[in-house]
Ligand binder design. Structure first.
Ligand code: CTP
Length: 415
């Protein structure tokens, strides 16, 4: 399962250090290449020899004890993952404040791959405000915290602070080794959505609760041949943020997305504009957010075989127009439906948006400026204007797409 993976295990001074002998064996059983770096204090709880035998590698402790040409903390950073367990309050404090006063902390400082920490300590230390602030800081810096458990502690008291179960630590390491950051983001977003929806239960926004809301997201892909296609820069993040927020407010959400994604609500994948059009027409909705960047053109004669190049020649593709989905939905609007369009403009944002809302016939149009690199396409942030039929305009200042989604949805239903 872990063949070819290099796992760096960091051990700090705490009684739970003895448990890490078993964790190292768990990694070894799965054929991982395990290296161990310890703080000097850790060696009060577990011996270097034990760790060497179990990891079948040298155990690193002192900085600048260099058998190879590279400083050890740099050599150790060539691992796929760094799991620090147990991680003491002292080491957490150092990491959170950028201190690198021993080999373990300097390795963490230079480490570019994921760092997971499994704290273990006395319950009073765990509850300490400074420690909790330090953990928040580490989370913001991208560290993954594997929370300790509640139970009987080695110091004799009862409370939160026991090192997390070794299976849980092992599973987290495997998850990080086998998934991309995007997979993990989706996974945690999924858990977060469930949590928020549960928290809101019973006090959903009345106007949104149980409403059937259709959201489209992503850039469509138009086939050229079996391997090539025409697409655009849309990441789908804005559409996802809107669908997630609506779901958290109790809506019956259907997402029609150009990419595969796991969500706690209905998701249908439609890659091309034609597929999206066909899918959207089958869905009954109270409101639609056409967030997808639908390609305006498709290739007229899609080649069944891969198009071969001929020396020195270019390629002419004949394009034809795709259906305008938003316009169709607006023209066929049923009583009580709300139709929201989006537009991305590279110049004259407001003027073009005013024209577009009239042309498309939708109730609201959300406009963003794609000439800016810091917002919009592929970015996590956006800054938008929302127009209604009377051409009233409301601006939402630059913020995360999650906050912009909340702003748009709240604005529409509070109006
Ligand atoms: N849209 C659509 N079908 C299309 C093109 C766009 O439903 N074939 C929708 C988009 O989902 C978006 C809105 O129309 O909600 C505006 O998209 P935009 O690309 O800005 O407008 P276009 O109609 O493509 O106009 P142009 O490219 O000429 O600016």
């Amino acid at each position: 399962m872990l063949s070819g993976k290099r796992v760096l295990v960091g051990i700090t001074g705490g009684i739970a250090a003895y448990k890490i002998c078993e964790l190292i064996r768990m990694f070894k059983r799965q054929n991982a290449d395990v290296r161990v770096v310890v703080t000097p204090n850790a060696l009060n709880f577990v011996t270097k020899l034990t760790l060497q035998c179990l990891s079948q590698n040298d155990v690193y402790c002192e900085a600048f004890n260099v058998p190879e040409w590279k400083p050890e903390h740099i050599a150790l950073t060539e691992s796929d993952i760094f799991i620090i367990a147990p991680c003491s309050a002292n080491t957490i404090g150092k990491l959170a404040n950028g201190l690198a006063d021993n080999l373990l902390t300097s390795t963490a400082m230079a480490f570019k791959n994921p760092i997971l920490i499994a704290p273990a300590m006395n319950d009073g230390m765990w509850e300490n405000k400074i420690l909790q602030d330090n953990l928040e800081r580490l989370k913001k810096a991208g560290y993954e915290i594997i929370e300790p458990e509640t139970g009987f502690l080695a110091c004799g008291s009862q409370g939160k602070g026991r090192l997390a179960d070794l299976n849980k630590i092992f599973d987290k390491v495997v998850l990080f080794l086998n998934t991309s950051p995007i997979d993990r983001e989706v996974c945690s977003q999924f858990e977060m959505n469930e949590k928020i929806r549960k928290q809101n239960e019973g006090c959903y926004c009345e106007k949104i609760n149980n409403k059937k809301i259709l959201v489209t997201a992503g850039g469509t892909k138009e086939k050229i041949d079996p391997v090539r296609y025409i697409t655009n820069n849309s990441s789908g993040k804005m559409g996802l943020a809107i669908a997630d927020y609506l779901y958290s407010k109790g809506a019956d959400v259907t997402l029609v997305s150009t990419f595969e994604i796991e969500r706690p609500y209905k998701v249908t994948v439609a890659k091309s504009a034609d597929e999206m059009f066909k899918t959207v027409k089958t869905i009954d909705f109270d409101a639609v957010f056409m967030t997808a960047a639908v390609g305006d053109f498709k290739v007229k004669n899609v080649s069944e075989q891969k198009i071969k190049k001929t020396d020195g020649n270019g390629l002419n593709l004949e394009l034809e127009q795709n259906p305008d989905i938003l316009r169709y939905l607006a023209e066929n609007k049923k009583t009580g439906q709300t139709i929201v369009g989006f537009c991305a403009e590279s110049e004259n944002l407001i003027e073009n948006a005013k024209e577009k809302i009239k042309k498309k016939g939708c109730d609201y149009l959300v406009a963003n400026d794609i000439s800016r690199k810091d917002i919009g396409f592929d970015s996590n942030e956006n800054e938008v204007y929302i127009l209604d039929r009377e051409l009233n305009i409301k601006k939402f200042d630059k913020a995360s797409k999650t906050l912009i989604a909340k702003g748009i949805v709240d604005y529409i239903w509070q109006n």
